[in-house]
Design a protein around this ligand. Sequence first.
Ligand code: HEM
Length: 561
Amino acid sequence: YQWPSPQYDALEDFLYEGARPDGSSMAQLVSPCKLRAGTNTTVAAEWVRLVYHDSATHNVSDGTGGLDGSIFFELGRDENIGSGMNNTLSDFSQYPSKYISRADIIAIGTVWAVATCSGPVIPLRGGRLDANVAGPFGVPNASDPLDSLTNNFAKQGYNVSEMIQLVACGHTLGGVRYPDFPTVVSADSNPSDVVVALFDDTQTFDHNIITQYLAGTTQDPLIVRNQSMASDRLVFGADGNVTMNAMSSADSFAQTCTTIFDKMLSTVPSSVTLTDPIELLPVKVSGVQLTIDTAHQQLQLQASVRLVLSSNNTSVKMYWCDRYGSAANCAGNLQRLASPGGSTTVSSPTSLAMGVTLKKYQFVVPVNSSQSVSKFWFEVDYGNGTTTTEDNGGAGYVVDQDQVLWVPSLSRGKNVLTGAQGVFVTAAVKTGSAPSKVYISCFGRATTNYLPANFTYDLSLNSTLPAMAGYDFYSGEATDDFGATMIFDLVGVAGNGTQWVDGDRFSGLIGIALPAQSTVNSTTQGTSAGGSKGASAAVRGEARWAVALGAVGLLWTVAYL
Ligand code: HEM
């Protein structure tokens, strides 16, 4: 792994932090093993049923179907009956993004559902491709005879033993509902209530589904109730209980379910190649943005670094080299440094189940335009005697250009010009660079119709925003529906065709508060974390700039709101 690696970065952040970059948490919908409001079943159970119904359409012989997000277009079918499915779809709808497909979101949801209900940590591979239309029918039915169930699972790629494993691991969560299956579960005194007859007597992802079956004490409604709807009885006994016995201990259950769920999540159309499992990075850099701090009329570098804490005394400093001037690329060993402006602890069901503590340190540092930034890195003191330099494997975290920069603070979510959905984007373009074109290329998947949207829009010189810090401002708007997770490349094209790209900007960061700006120091004393003794060279903007800009900002806001 080397930063930046956009798909890995996005999947890793989401899997281990539980939330989008703007903080909106999908993990909180399911964790800690939450009950679904108005029912006695868990959100986790609803999510796990949905993933199976998406993947069950796989045809192993022609390589079609599988976990491809087609379920989003299939909820009207009888085989996908139930409010649990609609709840899940709405839970997932705001999280697919450029690098995390709808189908990957369904897979991540499954991994979290299992982990948050005390189950094992299932490996998560990424890279599923989304179907944008409904796929074939074919989810097994509780009234099917055994040979048809066996054939159906064989079509999906599972032998008899795997069929038993998959159903037992799925049916450790949740249960059967009235009103979905009224011939299995009857209404209570209020017929508008959802009544769930649980498969076993716990809500956790445990082996009780097996032990109670083997002991003859099972309450599984697909065994003990309507005998013409008794698929679990047929499935569990399909090989004379050999498989059920083999997975009857807590450990063998967890291991078997890990393997068979990994297989289910990897059941994808044959045209798809999945990534290796997404491992936790011990040091993770994200949120890198060179921009204009309009309040202080100067450049500003934003970046976060996430660490696995081994002690509460961890501290971290960011170092960087100038891009221009006498100390360019750290000439004379001149390095600038700053402490973080804030930090937050982040977690997901996966990182919680792994028992790691993750802390994200956020840096917001003023940068002099005549110096700018070429690359940065971190010095970490883990507070346990270990001090490390985190420099992206020696390359440093390179800021590849400062010619064209997104300015979130001068951008607006939801179009302020027309009142329609959309995003108003402002870019800073270096004065004198005379671009022949400035545009944004936008991508979104969390759209109203679930279909990916991919369009470009031109930006033009914004004469209401005076130049500052050596940059002019260009603005334009993305007027289509991209949903809550629009990601765009901001591109400036020079007269000679050279392109400057501020890539993969997340529009959801508009309006998100930043921590305080750090004070910048400089040093010529090497890169050890203790080397912050150099002469202080504060480059904060002066107060009068802030006042002047406040007035400009106000005018601008009045003009456009
Ligand atoms: C023979 C194949 C299967 C049949 C016939 C079957 C049938 C059913 C039925 C009838 C329900 C009740 C749904 C409702 O009342 O809305 C249900 C629930 C559920 N199924 Fe299956 N299922 C099968 C395989 C699987 C598999 C392989 C998984 C996952 C790996 C799974 C996961 C679940 C879960 C988690 C629930 C509970 C949902 C909740 O409580 O909201 N099922 N299943």
